[in-house]
Design a binder for this molecule. Sequence first.
Ligand SMILES: [Zn+2]
Ligand SMILES: [Zn+2]
Length: 137
Amino acid sequence: MKETTQILREKGLKVTPQRIAVYNMLRSTTQHPNAETIYKTLEPANPTMSLATVYKTLDYFKQLGLVQELNVGEPSSRYDAVMKCHPHTVCTVCGCVRDLDMEELTELHKKLAQQLDFEVECEQLILYGKCAGCRGN
Ligand SMILES: [Zn+2]
Ligand SMILES: [Zn+2]
């Protein structure tokens, strides 16, 4: 994996400890945190960080193609450092958001391409339901 510092430099961003912290967090989590969660997680180790900085940083990252914004119907967007388009599951009880890796989708893209004469490049698929923990297992 490339160094965060190097990635930020390649994008032409000034490298600051706070930007490194935000990007590192997004790279290392599968939780799809929103700005508030990122702020709350990083604030203890970065006491000078403000929520406004986190928002601004996420905005830069989004513009530069480092993160994607994910809207699952909540008031605030979530962020994902996985740039490849991929489907998500959202638990309607605890709100957890997970990545869904589905081979079948590639097949579906092919089928749609034939039936609709339309080349599918991406889909925004969100499956709503209950995660294992919330089903009381
Ligand atoms: Zn749940
Ligand atoms: Zn994701």
